[in-house]
Design a protein around this ligand. Structure first.
Ligand SMILES: [Zn+2]
Length: 202
């Protein structure tokens, strides 16, 4: 039996045989109906387009102010870097490192690794070290928590509105668009397709 044709359900652990899907088809577990795999037409190209869009939004989100506060005529603009710098100077290095890793470093590595894998795949080639990069990408994904940061910012802005006039910066809109776009990029990125190509070229 070809072991690579078997797939274990991530919900109930039932081992079952993978079958060829029709276009846009969904493979479900025979026991618990959990979605096991999908056929995503042009998945690589779709993931690449969304990742390039994510890169542009990520650069905007880091380069421009997230928020502007106006108190008694004095206006202060703050970017993500300014926020981290202020936290660091206030003696909250632990929080600064945590916010920096989850909102800047991890998303940057995630976008960079996706582009590293997807560009060669678009031209039907495999990047060097595809297998370790895929594993590392899986680890980095768990550290990318921009949505948690966004919720924190929105809660803080709601509270600040009582004491200052709040101007929403372009970076905040970029973050709002970046979060769903990166989710679409990751969901269109089908590791099964890459494993199939790795197998075909090895
Ligand atoms: Zn199941």
């Amino acid at each position: 039996m070809d072991l690579s044709s078997l797939i274990a359900c991530h919900e109930c652990d039932l081992l079952q045989k993978r079958v060829a899907l029709p276009p846009r088809g969904v493979g479900r577990c025979q026991r618990c109906s959990a979605v096991l795999y999908r056929d995503i037409p042009n998945g690589i190209e779709r993931a690449l387009a969304c990742t390039i869009g994510s890169l542009i939004l990520f650069l905007i989100a880091n380069a421009y102010p997230i928020v502007g506060l106006e108190v008694q005529g004095n206006r202060t603009l703050a970017s993500l870097y300014d926020t981290l710098h202020t936290l660091w100077l206030d003696g909250r290095q632990d929080v600064a490192i945590l916010v920096g890793v989850t909102t800047m470093v991890a998303p940057a590595i995630q976008i960079g690794l996706l582009l590293y894998l997807l560009f060669p795949l678009h031209f039907n080639r495999l990047a060097d070290g595809t297998i370790p990069v895929l594993r590392f990408l899986h680890t980095v994904k768990t550290w990318s928590m921009m949505e948690v940061f966004m919720i924190g910012i929105l809660v803080a802005l709601t509270k600040l509105e009582h004491i200052a006039h709040v101007h929403v910066g372009i970076a905040l809109w970029a973050f709002c668009a970046l979060i769903p776009l990166l989710i679409v990029a990751v969901s269109a990125f089908n590791p099964d397709e890459i494993w199939a190509r790795v197998k075909g070229t090895s």
